[in-house]
Write a protein that binds this ligand. Structure first.
Ligand SMILES: [Zn+2]
Length: 134
């Protein structure tokens, strides 16, 4: 149920953002998810579809997910290798002194949204043009 927690957090973040930015509708959300973040995309989409119905601003929001490849750095030989293929032991020198460079994150990369402000601005502009000329 790791995905559920992340989705709840995501929905709260987007709700707050919508309030601050006067967003009326979110069209899509692009998430960058690390290969070794432990998030299973299918479970995540299920959780998302459940939660977006509870948040009016997210009702139509499409979830797009991009994968961030995981890389590990080896302190033994200074090389960089693919984490998923080789795990915590360096394939070049066999050292266990390794650490993850990237691939454990889950970040909001992009949001497509509509705001109420645009409509307001357009409405205010109308009707004032002729007042000074007459
Ligand atoms: Zn190494």
């Amino acid at each position: 149920m790791h995905e559920m927690g992340v989705v709840i957090h995501l929905a709260k973040t987007l709700d707050k953002l919508a309030e601050e930015q006067h967003i009326t509708r979110i069209g899509s959300v692009t998430l960058s998810v690390g290969e070794v973040s432990g998030i299973v995309n299918d479970l995540f989409v299920d959780a998302w579809n459940y939660f977006r119905k509870k948040h009016p601003v997210l009702n139509d929001a499409e979830l797009k997910m991009e994968t961030i490849p995981a890389y590990t750095h080896c302190d033994g030989c200074g090389s960089k290798y693919e984490t998923v293929k080789h795990g915590k032991i360096c394939p070049n020198c066999g050292s266990k002194e390794t650490w993850l460079i990237q691939g454990n994150e889950c970040i909001i990369k992009e949001i497509e949204a509509e705001t109420a402000d645009e409509e307001l601005i357009n409405q205010e502009d109308k009707g004032e043009e002729n007042a000074g000329d007459l």
